[in-house]
Design a protein. Sequence first.
Length: 169
Amino acid sequence: MFSKSRINEPGPKQAEAEKPKAPEAGVTKPSMDFTPSAPKGKASASVLSSDLTVVGNLRTTGDIQVEGTVEGDIRAHLLTVGESATIRGEIVADDIVVNGRVIGRVRGLKVRLTSTARVEGDIIHKTIAIESGAHFEGSVQRQEDPLAQGRTAAPAAAPAAPAQKAETP
């Protein structure tokens, strides 16, 4: 089934191959460095497929595209809610595009509800766009920095240790 290759056998061609060749101008040796196909510094979005259900919170500094169901809060840079997606929880992102269903608060610098969006909850935004046909129940509030509201503040001072009685002589 397998046969020995004659490529590595010594002979007249082997001697020629052993001579070092001068590198051609402008030609670089290909490296064996395996890098992702996306350009450096620009990662593609993480996609949660339509048959996936996530129970728990999601947090990333990158982009997320949800096509399935998420029961929990989501924090991302860009969040895209697909037409078949359902999110039950608060979503916080710089940019939010809702094509599907969100049950919970939406907080983003730029929020866009497309014509297929179904949102039940309050929207806190810097800029908002709601297309004709979108369904929305809740309140809308504009803030200069809507992301600051949910950031955890510095922890309060630790509770003082139990008071000790000072003894006087």
